[in-house]
Design a protein around this ligand. Sequence first.
Ligand code: ATP
Ligand code: MG
Length: 426
Amino acid sequence: MTKLSAPKGTHDLLPPDIALWQWAEAVMRDSFARANVHEIRTPLFEATELFKRGVGETTDIVNKEMYTFEDGGQRSMTLRPENTASVVRAYNQHGMDRWPKPVKLYYMGPMFRYERPQQGRQRQFHQVGLEVFGVDTAASDAESILLAWQLLQALGLKDLTLKINNMGMPEDRHRFRQGLRDHLKDQLGALCSDCQARYETNPLRMLDCKNPDCQAMYQKEPIHTYIRTDFSSPDAQAHFAEVLALLDAMAVPYTRDPMLVRGLDYYTKTVFEITSDNLGAQSAVCGGGRYNGLVKQLGGGNNDVPATGWAMGMERLLSLLEPPKPQGLDVYVVSDDIPTALQWVTQTRQAGFRADWDPTGRKALGKQLAQADKLGACVALLLGESERNSGQVIVKHLASGEQETLAAGEVLARLGQVLHHTRVCL
Ligand code: ATP
Ligand code: MG
């Protein structure tokens, strides 16, 4: 029989590595709670239509990266490649425009994209993201960027670069796109086939191209100067200047990058990306920006609902962190009587200690003690026949080998004293 393994581009998360995930998730949840941001969990699959309309037909995600299938009722479904479209769908479905503004939501969970697996690129990967609805101010953009920046600092990430750009509003972009086409129409033959296709469907994405020849072309005059000129309306320019001023005031360093267009169709005004110098080719840890048209585009009535947000790739950012030391066990219960051992292991767990035992019930006491040592337990509770008969427990301190005999009723208090001290060292 062929050996079964996880699908290409997916990973099992096992102990002890899972400890890093749990720690990072806890840091993130805490940061969000302090910013009054609440969690939303949407389904892992949605109608394909949602992503086609929400992410955009001309994006790489919709064009070539979606896991799409037909369900039993012949409906086309897609495993979510990102979460913003789903969150906006939920916002509209549940009438969140009637909630007090701004509505601040975060999510955490797996996303699915059919990409070529490589370092920093999986087919199932995890994102954590923020979405803020209902406010169109530069202050809201700045707060959102600051939350991402601080979250990465709280995790201990270093050597980060924040790149930021102003994409203007759709009408500004329309003009910019036309100009881009005019500047490039005679050079098309020199561009890669992807860029030739993007020229027709989504010329802004050409600036995103990773091909060095294309990049060299975009650095030439006069196209270079054209790309660096801000064609957006005075309103969008003032908005962007205010975002930058707020970042300055908060001492968040940034680089203005006119080549930063982001892959998705829905952005308006501010877009940004946070990269790490310590990642290889796949250096983007976080990407986001403002998306004022998306709520209406996905059926949210006649009015635009302004929104801003970002998403971070968990695998990429966790690859930059040191794995934490595995947490040791506090207590190992050693006994030749299963009901007694089960009672003590349950009682110590309820009292807040990390406790384990031998559920086979077959190992000799000496073997159980050896297992306690192997698991790095601080203390073993010995409950042999004579202790059970006398209502006592031997507390053995495994590091020193010293032991003390206590009345059963005194044990939890003693563990509290001893383990309070050792836990600090763990
Ligand atoms: P890239 O340019 O690397 O393809 P992207 O623009 O497609 O990124 P977004 O859709 O903005 O990425 O997703 C936000 C973050 O999610 C990225 O910055 C990255 O950290 C992470 N990410 C995206 N795709 C993958 C993937 N296939 N595997 C692992 N992480 C990913
Ligand atoms: Mg991508």
